[in-house]
Ligand binder design. Structure first.
Ligand code: ZN
Length: 116
């Protein structure tokens, strides 16, 4: 195959070298595809000074990681808001000395009337 030699690392990762012995293609340990060496970012102490995941996989990983973080942030925000509303609701119920079930029922009735 176009003068390239296939070999494997100790961990079984495939790579291809040219006649000069330079690694020109590597297997991505994430997607399993063979890419040109330029498709891997530099990593000190990495095999051939490259990351084991191709740039596309790293990009997807970062994107998924950021989306997860954003979701966690949104969930946390919602929890804080919910806690704050509950706190105010309880404080109000204590103030007017009405039992919370009745107050909640009244609030729900008002909301239903307002939006129906
Ligand atoms: Zn990949």
């Amino acid at each position: 195959m176009n003068g390239l030699t296939m070999d494997e690392t100790k961990s079984g990762r495939k790579y291809f070298t040219n006649e000069a012995g330079e690694v020109v293609q590597l297997e991505c340990t994430s997607c399993g595809k063979i890419h040109d060496a330029s498709s891997f970012s530099y990593q000190k102490n990495g095999f051939n000074d490259k990351r084991s995941h191709c740039k596309k996989c790293v990009r997807e990983y970062v994107k998924a990681f950021n989306e997860k973080k954003e979701k966690e942030k949104a969930d946390a925000k919602e929890t804080i808001l919910h806690k704050e509303v509950s706190k105010q609701f309880n404080a109000f119920a204590d103030k007017v000395q009405i039992d919370k079930e009745t107050l909640l029922a009244l609030a729900v009735k008002e909301l239903i009337e307002k939006y129906s």
